[in-house]
Design a protein around this ligand. Sequence first.
Ligand code: THU
Length: 138
Amino acid sequence: MGLSTTSDAAIEQLLEAAIAVTQHAYIPYSHYPVGAALRAVDGTIYSGCNVENAAYPATICAERTALVKAVSEGQREFDVIVVVTKNAGSPCGTCRQMLYEFSPNLRVILADLDGKISSDTTLSALLPDGFGPDRLPR
Ligand code: THU
């Protein structure tokens, strides 16, 4: 998982996927494209862009687009997500929470639209003491 086992080539591939998907970002309101590439532990990459809506709060972020694509294909465990924006913006709270459900130790890499990495951290660092499935008795 994560830091030691992910090669530079693998990160490069995720960066390319995240940048490529920004071309599909539906952003008539913010003009702020976001691309995400989420890798499941079996190596499959799921990309996602932000999809805005005239009813603004109905907008879905790139990270959650990638996540729901992956989960709806049967994936439940992820090791890394790469997120690209103009200014290497960090995932919003809702995205952090939704990712935490599946992979609290996810590696999170933030980069700009040229692929320049500005942050390489973990979801548990971005969402300390997060509320996860373990908190709920089965
Ligand atoms: N956005 C994302 O896609 N991911 C984030 O984590 C932060 C915000 C999108 C939502 C909206 O389309 C635009 O960026 C401005 O908020």
